[in-house]
Design a protein around this ligand. Structure first.
Ligand code: AGP
Length: 608
């Protein structure tokens, strides 16, 4: 949902470009870089993917369009020691070069990039247009550049603080200026990590990205202005009063790898290894830190997240209801914020987020804390904003996930949440040592079971051929299979753009059966426990012309079968989702979609 990066140090443009490639998962509508030169700030921006920006930078040097620049990099484009960059996921204004960041102030003395939403931008814009200003874009972000110029009175820090004070909303903003050789940043509710190394200082939306260069990082708190200079980093509140922010060494660095094929397929094939790592992490640390005194008296557990993370909560709520004696309720984060779910000192909530930066989930955690509940982050990203918003953190061990469609993180979330809820059950005495040992034994075997499923991926690929021309695809399941249906459906729609819905199988006959006809596909998921009921559902849709694919340890007469090994029913969802992830991938490939970067989406949704 937009990524920003800024750097002071050698080869700032080349490094910013490299960072933008990493940050492209946050938005890929357009990209841009502002490079500070002796004679002013130069902005390069282009619609579409980063490689368009890279071409633009190279062409500008080859065509000698920028002979005034102080130098070119080994990579063949303009260089600078100070640069800021942006990848955009459009919120305000169409996907055009004009709406791409960075933006100049009217006098060209400031350039800004922004991640987030300036909620009062219309009022701000009006202040300037009423005085005759003509904005170059439709964005909310350009107002920041106008404010900076307007507030500048010989002191850049003062101008930045005054600008920060007039903004309402969520923002991580980086500013470069002709007035001095520092970078400035403003942070409220959108992620901003500051990094330092021997050769440079950096600011960035993503800790994994900045850790590629930085040896020490600081996570910027809300309502902070940052001044990044060659001589170091200083933090201020919006009144300009210095504040202290702790730097720490980080092991969050992730190889900025390139893959020959698609990240999504690579990430699906990593699932067995990552599940093993998650289990190892649990054993190595003696659990994920469930505190007996916290959970003995709880009366309710919420599992809260968005999209795939919500689906993992939905799945584990259904599983944990089988062995816990308290209410276990999955809730969509954006709904939790504005509804009246009961919370008190005996309420525990797991906030689930791969990125740890999803605004809805963070806001929900903040609300939950303010009502006195005990919050627990379940995330794949160390030192992400969610970690600071919650009282406890359990990391999943999925490793960097780059495809917008989440896959391995889902499986690892399931394993982590299962282990967390089993620990709650052991403490409360509803899970015996024998039950616990038996589930753990079964869990240890899950990676090999998934390897076996993956070894049949070509069969799923063949089935994809029969699904790709469907007018709609419905996924059905009961109890613990229903969340898997939801996740399978979400995967398919987000990357293939085929209309898809998930239903509890028994619910079809209450309305949705009206949609069954030829060209509709139904994917029926069952672990085998309610297979008679599923057989009836399959017959009902098949007699109305729908094509049926079953995902089950058993086969059904009217369905094309994906036959899975039999596993403990508490663990079945960790396995049965894998063929659905593959199916979505192969259908999307057959339709020629960009599976890693589907239209209209971004991996990390940092606005509400
Ligand atoms: C998953 O395939 C999606 N792209 C999306 O639903 C995602 O899971 C959701 O936005 C939540 O992200 P998070 O886990 O980073 O919070």
């Amino acid at each position: 949902m937009c990524g920003i990066f800024g750097m002071i140090g050698a080869n700032a443009v080349a490094n910013t470009l490299q960072a933008l490639k990493y940050l492209e998962y946050r938005g890929y509508d357009s990209a841009g870089i502002a490079a500070k030169q002796a004679d002013g700030i130069r902005i390069y921006k282009s619609e579409g993917r980063i490689h368009n920006l890279e071409k633009l930078l190279k062409n500008s040097v080859e065509n000698n369009a920028d002979s005034s620049f102080s130098g070119t990099s080994g990579a063949g484009y303009v260089e600078s020691e100070i640069a800021i960059g942006h990848t955009r996921w459009a919120t305000h204004g169409a996907v055009t070069t004009a709406n791409a960041h960075p933006f100049y102030s009217p006098d060209g003395n400031f350039a800004v990039v922004h991640n987030g939403i300036i909620e009062n931008y219309l009022a701000l814009k009006k202040q300037f247009t009423s005085r005759g200003a003509v904005f170059t874009s439709e964005t909310d972000s350009e107002t920041v550049a106008y404010l900076l110029q307007n507030n500048y009175n010989g002191n850049t820090l003062q101008a930045v603080c005054a600008t920060a004070k007039s903004l309402v909303g969520a923002f991580a903003i980086a500013v470069t200026t002709t007035y001095d050789n520092s970078l400035y940043a403003i942070k409220n509710k959108s992620p901003l990590v500051i990094g330092v190394s021997d050769v440079g200082v950096y600011l960035c939306s993503d800790i994994r990205c900045v850790s590629h260069w930085a040896t020490k990082v600081a996570v910027t708190p809300d309502n902070t202005v940052v001044v990044v200079g060659k001589e170091g980093v200083r933090f201020y509140d919006f009144e300009g009063k210095p504040i202290t922010v702790r730097f720490f060494t980080t092991d969050a660095a992730e190889e900025m790898e390139q893959v020959d094929g698609d990240f999504m397929l690579k990430e699906i094939f990593e699932i067995p290894e990552k599940i093993r790592l998650t289990q190892e992490g649990y054993f190595k640390n003696g659990g994920f830190g469930v505190e007996p005194e916290r959970v003995r008296n709880i009366s309710r557990i919420y599992l809260i997240g968005c999209g795939t993370a919500y689906n993992s909560g939905l799945q584990i709520a259904a599983v944990a209801r089988k062995f816990l004696d308290v209410d276990v309720l999955p809730v969509i984060a954006s709904e939790f914020i504005y509804d009246n779910y009961p919370v008190d000192g005996n309420t525990l909530a797991f906030f689930i987020s791969q990125s740890g930066e999803t605004a809805d989930t963070i806001r929900a955690a903040e609300n939950f804390n303010s009502l006195g509940g005990y919050s627990y982050a379940v995330t794949n990203t160390k030192a992400s904003s969610l970690c600071f918003a919650c009282k406890k953190v359990a990391y999943i061990y999925a490793g960097g996930e780059f495809a917008v469609a989440s896959t391995k993180a889902y499986n690892c979330q399931l394993v982590t949440l299962l282990l967390l809820t089993l620990d709650v059950g052991r403490i409360r005495g509803t899970v015996s040592n024998e039950q616990y040992a038996s589930v753990l034994r079964a869990l240890t075997g899950i990676p090999s079971v998934i390897e076996e499923v993956l070894s049949h991926s070509y069969e799923i690929s063949r089935i994809a051929e029969t699904v790709k021309d469907s007018s709609a695809v419905f996924y059905i399941g009961r109890t613990t299979d229903y969340p898997t249906a939801c996740e399978g459906s979400l995967k398919l729609k987000e990357i293939s753009y085929i209309h898809s819905e998930a239903y509890p199988a028994g619910e079809l006959k209450h309305g949705t059966l009206a949609l069954m006809e030829e060209n509709v596909t139904v994917v029926a998921i069952t672990d085998g426990t309610l297979s008679d009921k599923m057989a009836s559902s399959i017959n009902e849709v098949a007699t109305r012309g729908a094509k049926v694919i079953s995902v089950s340890p058993q086969t059904f007469p009217n369905a094309l079968s994906v036959t899975l090994p039999k596993v403990n029913t508490l663990l079945y969802g960790i396995v049965s989702v894998v063929p659905l992830q593959l199916l979505a991938y192969y259908v999307a490939k057959r339709l020629g979609r960009d599976v890693d970067k589907p239209r209209n989406l971004a991996k990390s949704v940092t606005v509400e």
